[in-house]
Design a protein around this ligand. Structure first.
Ligand code: GLC
Length: 646
C-alpha cells in the first residue's frame, strides 16, 4: 500500500480482520481497497463533515475486511469470475423473474421444486419479494422490516436462503432480495429502543416534539399513500413526538445523516452478500435524504450514499450488484445509474419506470409519438450499467409522464394521465382493460392503477367473455409489450403469473391487512391449473408461455441486445409503429412494434438506409415482410426484429 500522508491520506488499513488470511488474499483485499478508495472517500466527503467522514471510512473498511475474511470460498470464486467478466449482467441472455415466495412456491425450500419452470423460461435472475422478518399484521407486503437478520418464519430460515442461493448459483441464477433502506417497522429493535427513550436510537429516526418542523416539510412533500396513510409524519405516544413516516404510519424513516445508520446498513448489506444474495434491490432509495423546501426525493446525497455502499461491496464482495428502486420522473431516474460526478459509481441496475409507463401509454393511445419523444429525451446512461425493464411489477402503475413531454407532442399531461387511468380502469368507452384505481388523490386528481398484464391488456375480459378474437388480440398485445421490454437491453423481469397470462386475484381483499391495498390484485398465487395447462401450446397460458420463452431465447442469441448498446428510438414515420435500433459492430438490429389494432407500415427507404433490405426477422426467420408498395407491413400488434445474418 502506498504510504499515507497528511496531504494525501490513503485508506485506513483494517489489519485485525485480515491477520488470519493468506498473503495472497490479503493482497487482493488491499488491491480492491486501492481501486475503490476514491469512490468511498468522495461519497463520504459529499455527505458528512470531514472528521466524521474519516472516522466512518475506518469503520466501514473494518466491516468490509471482516466480511471479506468470513466470505465463503465459493462466493470468493464467484467474485473472481465476475471480476473477470464485469459485464455478466448486461448479457442479452439475462432474464429475470420476480415472485412472492409463498405465492410462487409456498416456502423458500419449495423454490427448489420450481427450478424446472424457471429454467424452462430461461431465467437467470430470481427476485424473491421481501423475505426478511416483517412486523406482524399489515407489513406493506414485507416492506416494514422488523429484523433484517432473520427470515419470515412461515417461509423458512436464514439457512434456507443460503441453501437456495447456493442451488441457484449452481444453475447460473442470481438470487435477488430486497433491502429496505428508507424505513424500518415500528417494531424493529432500533424503533423499540427509541420508544424506550434510548437517546442513541432516537437519533436513528427523525422525531419532532411538535408540528413546527413537520409542517414546514409538509409544504413541499408529496403523499405516497394519500388514501390509507395521509401525511408524512405520525404521532407516537411512546416517543412523545412526530416521527417521519413517508409510507405507512408503521414504517419509520431512518435518518441517514446519522453516521451510525450508514454503518448499520453497510453491515447488513455485507451480511446479505455473504448469504449468497447477488443483487440487492435498494427499496425506496429515492427518499433517503431529506431537505427542507424540497420533495425530499432524489437529493444528491442519495447518490453519494449509494456510491459508498457500492464501493464497499466492490471491495468485500464484487459479485454483488446494487439495484435502485426509484420510481421517479424521467429526469431524475437516470441519476440512479450515475450522472456527472456519480457516473458509473452508483447502482448497477435501476428500474426503467419510464419505459414501463410509455408501453402502457402506447397501447392505450395506439400511438407512439409521446413514447418516442419521452424515451428519446432521456439522457444516455453509463455503458457499464443496465436497466431493469418490465411490463409491470408488484406495485401500482403511476403515470410518470411529464407535462413538458406531453406538451411537446401536443398533448395535455393532465388529460393524458387522466385518459390512461380511465382506460386502464375500464371506464373509457371500448377499453378492454380491467385494472383497479389505486390511491385516488383528491387534491391532484391523480389515479394510479393496479392489475396484472392480462387484466390491463384485455386478456382477462376477453377470456371471461369467451371472445376468441379478443383473446388473440390481447395475447398479441401482451407479447408485444414484453417484446419491447426484451428488445431494450438490460435485464427484462417477468412478474410471476404474467408468463401464463394470469388474471388478477378476485379475492385479493380477503386476506386480513390487504383490504385497503388493491395492489394485492396483481399479486396472485401461482395458478397450478394454468401452469399445468401451459404444457399444451394451444391453451391461452400455453400460448403466452411459449411466446415469452421464444422471445427470451431469440434475445439471448442477439449480441445487439447487450445492455452496453444503447436503445435508440427512431423518429416516427407511422404514429402506430415504434422503431428502436440497436447499433452494433455486427450491423444494426431494427425492432419495430405496431401498437395498434390494424395493419401498419414502416417506410422501405428507412429500412434501406439502415442497410437492412436483405435482413431476416430474428423472431420468425423470415425475410423482411415487404408490402406491394415497397414498405414493410406489420399486422395488428406485430413485432419485427430485423438484422442481417452473417
Ligand atoms: C417500494 C415497494 C413498495 C413499498 C414501498 C415502501 O416502493 O416496491 O411495494 O410499498 O417501497 O417500502
Amino acid at each position: 500500500m502506498p504510504p499515507r500522508s497528511a496531504a494525501h491520506p490513503g485508506p485506513p488499513v483494517p489489519a485485525d480482520a485480515l491477520a488470519e488470511l493468506s498473503p495472497e488474499r490479503r493482497e487482493l483485499f488491499h488491491l480492491r481497497v486501492q481501486r475503490w478508495w476514491p469512490d468511498l472517500r468522495d461519497g463520504l466527503a459529499a455527505v458528512y463533515p470531514p472528521e466524521v467522514a474519516a472516522e466512518l471510512a475506518e469503520r466501514l473498511l473494518a466491516c468490509a475486511a471482516t466480511s471479506f475474511a468470513e466470505r465463503d470460498p465459493d462466493l470468493h470464486r464467484l467474485d473472481q469470475a465476475r471480476t473477470l467478466r464485469p459485464d455478466w449482467f448486461q448479457e442479452p441472455s439475462m432474464l429475470g423473474y420476480a415472485a412472492y415466495t409463498e405465492r410462487f412456491a409456498g416456502t423458500i425450500a419449495g423454490v427448489h421444486d420450481r427450478l424446472g419452470h424457471l429454467e424452462d423460461l430461461g431465467v437467470t435472475y430470481l427476485h424473491l419479494m421481501p423475505v426478511l422478518q416483517p412486523r406482524e399484521g399489515d407489513s406493506d407486503g414485507g416492506y416494514a422490516v422488523a429484523d433484517y437478520r432473520s427470515v419470515r418464519a412461515d417461509l423458512g430460515t436464514v439457512e434456507d436462503v443460503r441453501e437456495l442461493a447456493r442451488a441457484l448459483r449452481g444453475r447460473g441464477i442470481s438470487l435477488v432480495l430486497d433491502l429496505v433502506l428508507n424505513h424500518v417497522a415500528r417494531e424493529h429493535a432500533w424503533a423499540r429502543a427509541a420508544r424506550r427513550g434510548e437517546e442513541r436510537y432516537r437519533r436513528y429516526f427523525r422525531i419532532h416534539p411538535d408540528r413546527e418542523v413537520p409542517d414546514a416539510y409538509e409544504r413541499t412533500l408529496p403523499e405516497v399513500f394519500p388514501d390509507f396513510a395521509p401525511g408524512n409524519f405520525t404521532w407516537d405516544e411512546d416517543l412523545q413526538g412526530w416521527v417521519w413516516t413517508t409510507f405507512n404510519s408503521f414504517q419509520w424513516d431512518v435518518d441517514w445523516s446519522n453516521p451510525d445508520v450508514l454503518v448499520e446498513y453497510a453491515d447488513i448489506v455485507l451480511w446479505l452478500a455473504n448469504l449468497g444474495v447477488e443483487v440487492l434491490r435498494l427499496d425506496a432509495i429515492a427518499f433517503l435524504w431529506k431537505r427542507l423546501g424540497t420533495s425530499c426525493q432524489n437529493e444528491p446525497e442519495v447518490h453519494s450514499l449509494t456510491q459508498v455502499l457500492r464501493a464497499l461491496t466492490r471491495i468485500a464482495c464484487p459479485a454483488v450488484l446494487l439495484k435502485a428502486e426509484a420510481i421517479v420522473a424521467p429526469a431524475d431516474l437516470v441519476h440512479y445509474l450515475g450522472r456527472g460526478r456519480h457516473h458509473g459509481r452508483v447502482s448497477d441496475l435501476a428500474y426503467h419506470n419510464t419505459l414501463m409507463v410509455q408501453i402502457w401509454s402506447m397501447l392505450a393511445a395506439r400511438d407512439v409519438r409521446l413514447a418516442t419523444h419521452a424515451l428519446r429525451a432521456l439522457p444516455a446512461v453509463p455503458t457499464s450499467t443496465a436497466w431493469i425493464t418490465y411490463v409491470r411489477c408488484h406495485d401500482d402503475i403511476g403515470w410518470a409522464i411529464s407535462d413538458a413531454d406531453a406538451e411537446a407532442v401536443g398533448l395535455s399531461g393532465f388529460w393524458h394521465r387522466s385518459f390512461l387511468s380511465d382506460y386502464y380502469s375500464g371506464e373509457f368507452p371500448g377499453s378492454p382493460a380491467r385494472g383497479l384505481v389505486f390511491q385516488e388523490n383528491a387534491a391532484t386528481r391523480d389515479r394510479r392503477i393496479s392489475g396484472t398484464a392480462a387484466d390491463l391488456t384485455g386478456l382477462t375480459a376477453a377470456r371471461e367473455a369467451g371472445d376468441a378474437a379478443g383473446v388473440d388480440a390481447a395475447v398479441a398485445r401482451l407479447l408485444l409489450a414484453h417484446a419491447v421490454v426484451l428488445a431494450w437491453g438490460g435485464i427484462p423481469v417477468l412478474w410471476m403469473g404474467d408468463e401464463l397470462g394470469q388474471s388478477g386475484d378476485p379475492d385479493w381483499a380477503a386476506e386480513p391487512g390487504h383490504e385497503n391495498d388493491n395492489r394485492w390484485v396483481h399479486r396472485p398465487w401461482l395458478d397450478e391449473a394454468e401452469l399445468a395447462a401451459a404444457a399444451d401450446p394451444a391453451t391461452v397460458p400455453g400460448r403466452v408461455l411459449a411466446g415469452l420463452r421464444h422471445l427470451a431465447r431469440v434475445r439471448g442469441e442477439l449480441p445487439h441486445l447487450h445492455a452496453s448498446i444503447a436503445a435508440e428510438v427512431l423518429d416516427v414515420s407511422d404514429p402506430g409503429v415504434l422503431a428502436v435500433v440497436r447499433r452494433h459492430p455486427l450491423g444494426d438490429l431494427l425492432c419495430l412494434a405496431n401498437v395498434t389494432g390494424e395493419w401498419r407500415s414502416w417506410p422501405g427507404y428507412r429500412v434501406a438506409e439502415l442497410g437492412l433490405t436483405e435482413a431476416t426477422d430474428a423472431l420468425t426467420g423470415n425475410g423482411v415482410p415487404w408490402g406491394g408498395d415497397g414498405d414493410v407491413w406489420l399486422p395488428p400488434a406485430g413485432v419485427l426484429w430485423l438484422r442481417v445474418l452473417d
